[in-house]
Write a protein that binds this ligand. Structure first.
Ligand code: ACO
Length: 429
C-alpha cells in the first residue's frame, strides 16, 4: 500500500521523520522539526531563484513545460488565441469562467468606461524628460495612480477591488499611448471607447486627424492575440513581485508598478527588445554560424531562446509565427524575419541547444511583429505589460482571498561573520 508521506532519516542524528505529501509537494515548514538540538532553529530548504519551490496554490494558469502545454482556467492557449478576444480572456482569468453575452458586454463597457486619465496624471507624464524610456514612464505613472485612487487601499473590499481592476485595465493603454506620443512630441489622442481594446490603443498612438483614418482590423486582431498569449504565465518573475508586494496589502497600483519594474529587465519583458537588437547585430543570414559559435563559447546568450519552465517548444511561439505571417501580409516583408527563421532552424539542430533543451520562447517572434507594426523598440516591454496586466490582477485577487497567505518573507542561509566587537576608527588597520 502506498502512503502519502515522505520518510526522512537525518544521518546526523539517526532520527526519522514522516512528512505528509500533498500534490507531490511537502510543506517546507514540516522540515523545521528536523533538528540536532532542542534549541536549534530547525531545517530549511535552500532554493535560490525559487527553481523548485511553490509559494502559493493557484487555480489560474497551468503550464507543463516538459510537454509545451499552457492553459488559462483549463482552456488551451491555442483555442483562446484562435477564438477569443483579449478582454474576454481577461474576464476568464479574473472571474474564473468565460462570460456569457451580457456579462461580456457589461465587462467591456466597464473597462472601456475607465480609459480616461485624470488630468493630474497626464500633466505628471509631461514632466518626464523628452527621451524617457516609456517603460520608466509606465512604472512611474502606475505608482502615481495610487495617489489618485486612495479607495484602492481598501483591498479587503471586493467592490473596491473590482473597480481598481476596471480602472487599471482601462487606463493602461492610455498611459502607454500617452508615453509614446509624448516621446515623439505629438499631441495626445483621447480614448475612443467605441473601438475595441486594442483598436483603441492603436488609434490613440497613431491618429493624426486624418478624415479617412481607420484602424487596420488585421493589425488590431494581431495585437489582441499577442496580448492573449502574454496574459498570464503563472508564477513568473513579475507575477511573483505582484504577489509579493500585494502580500503586504499595498494597493494594486503600487503592486503593479513593482510587477512592471520586474518586467522591465532584459531577462524577462526586455527579451523581445533584446531579440531585435540581436537580429540587427547579426544583420545577414551568412553571419549566423559565427554568431552561434560565440553563443556556444559563452560570450553571450541567444536572446529569445530558452525558458525557465518550457523545456520543449513554447506553445505561444508556435501561435506567434502565424500572427507574424498575418501582420507581414499587411505591412510587407521584414528581412529580420528571414534571419530569425534561419537562426531558429540552425539552433534547433545544434547539439548545444538540443542538449540544453533550448527552444524559441514567445519573445523570439513578438519583437519582429511589433517592429513590423511600427512600434519603436522601447515600447515592446510596455506592450508586454499591457498584455500581462489581467494575469497580474487575477493573481493579486487570488492572493488576497487566500487565507493561507501572509506577508511574503523568505528566509536566508547566513554565511556572514560571527558576532564581533566594534573597533573605533583609530584602531583599525
Ligand atoms: N542562449 C545560450 N545559452 C543559454 C540560453 C540562451 N538563450 N539560455 C540558457 N542557456 C544555457 C545556459 O548557459 C546554461 O548552460 P550551462 O549548463 O552550460 O551553464 C543552460 O542553458 C541552462 O541555463 P540557465 O541559466 O540555468 O536557465 P534558466 O532557466 O535559469 O534561464 C532564461 C532561463 C533566463 C529565460 C534563459 O534561458 C535566458 O537567459 N534566455 C535568454 C533571454 C530570454 O529570451 N528571456 C525571455 C524569457 S521568456 C519571458 O520572460 C516571457
Amino acid at each position: 500500500m502506498t502512503e502519502n508521506t515522505l520518510t526522512i532519516t537525518d544521518n546526523r542524528t539517526g532520527s526519522t521523520y514522516e512528512i505528509p505529501v500533498q500534490n507531490d509537494t511537502i510543506r517546507a515548514i514540516d522540515l523545521r522539526q528536523i533538528r540536532i538540538h532542542e534549541d536549534d532553529f530547525g531545517m530549511m530548504s535552500y532554493d535560490p531563484a525559487y527553481t523548485n519551490t511553490a509559494s502559493c496554490s493557484s487555480r489560474i494558469t497551468f503550464v507543463d513545460g516538459e510537454k509545451g502545454v499552457l492553459r488559462y482556467r483549463g482552456y488551451p492557449i491555442e483555442q483562446l488565441a484562435e477564438q477569443s478576444t483579449f478582454l474576454e480572456v481577461a474576464y476568464l482569468l479574473i472571474y474564473g469562467e468565460l462570460p456569457n453575452k451580457e456579462q461580456l458586454e457589461y465587462w467591456q463597457e466597464r473597462v472601456m468606461h475607465h480609459t480616461f486619465l485624470h488630468q493630474n496624471l497626464s500633466k505628471m507624464m509631461e514632466s518626464f524628460r523628452y527621451d524617457a524610456h516609456p517603460m520608466g514612464m509606465l512604472i512611474g505613472t502606475l505608482a502615481a495612480m495610487s495617489t489618485l485612487h486612495p479607495d484602492a487601499k481598501d483591498v479587503h473590499n471586493e467592490k473596491s477591488r473590482e473597480k481598481q481592476v476596471w480602472r487599471l485595465l482601462g487606463k493602461l493603454p492610455t498611459v502607454a499611448a500617452f508615453a509614446y506620443r509624448r516621446r515623439i512630441g505629438r499631441p495626445y489622442n483621447y480614448p475612443n471607447s467605441s473601438l475595441n481594446y486594442t483598436a483603441n490603443l492603436l488609434y490613440m498612438m497613431d491618429y493624426m486627424n486624418q478624415d479617412d483614418y481607420e484602424v487596420n482590423p488585421i493589425l488590431s486582431r494581431a495585437l489582441d492575440v499577442l496580448f492573449i498569449l502574454h496574459a498570464d504565465h503563472e508564477q513568473n518573475c513579475s507575477t511573483a513581485v505582484m504577489r509579493g508586494i500585494g502580500s503586504s496589502l499595498a494597493d494594486p497600483y503600487t503592486a503593479m508598478a513593482g510587477a512592471a519594474a520586474a518586467l522591465y529587465g532584459p531577462l524577462h519583458g526586455g527579451a523581445n527588445e533584446a531579440v531585435l537588437r540581436m537580429l540587427n547585430q547579426i544583420a545577414a543570414v551568412e553571419n549566423i554560424p559565427g554568431y552561434i559559435e560565440k553563443v556556444k563559447a559563452g560570450e553571450f546568450r541567444l536572446m529569445g531562446f530558452g525558458h525557465r519552465v518550457y523545456k520543449n517548444y513554447d506553445p505561444r511561439a508556435r501561435i506567434i509565427k502565424k500572427v507574424a505571417d498575418d501582420v507581414l501580409s499587411v505591412t510587407g516583408g521584414n528581412p529580420l524575419l528571414d534571419i530569425a527563421l534561419e537562426l531558429e532552424g540552425i539552433a534547433l539542430k545544434d547539439e548545444y541547444f538540443v542538449s540544453r533543451r533550448l527552444y524559441p520562447n514567445v519573445d523570439f517572434y513578438s519583437g519582429i511583429i511589433y517592429q513590423a507594426m511600427g512600434f519603436p523598440v522601447d515600447m515592446f516591454p510596455v506592450l508586454f505589460a499591457l498584455g500581462r496586466a489581467p494575469g497580474w490582477l487575477s493573481q493579486w485577487l487570488e492572493l488576497i482571498d487566500d487565507t493561507e497567505q501572509r506577508i511574503a518573507r523568505p528566509r536566508q542561509v547566513y554565511l556572514g561573520q560571527e558576532e564581533r566587537d566594534y573597533s573605533p576608527l583609530t584602531q583599525r588597520g
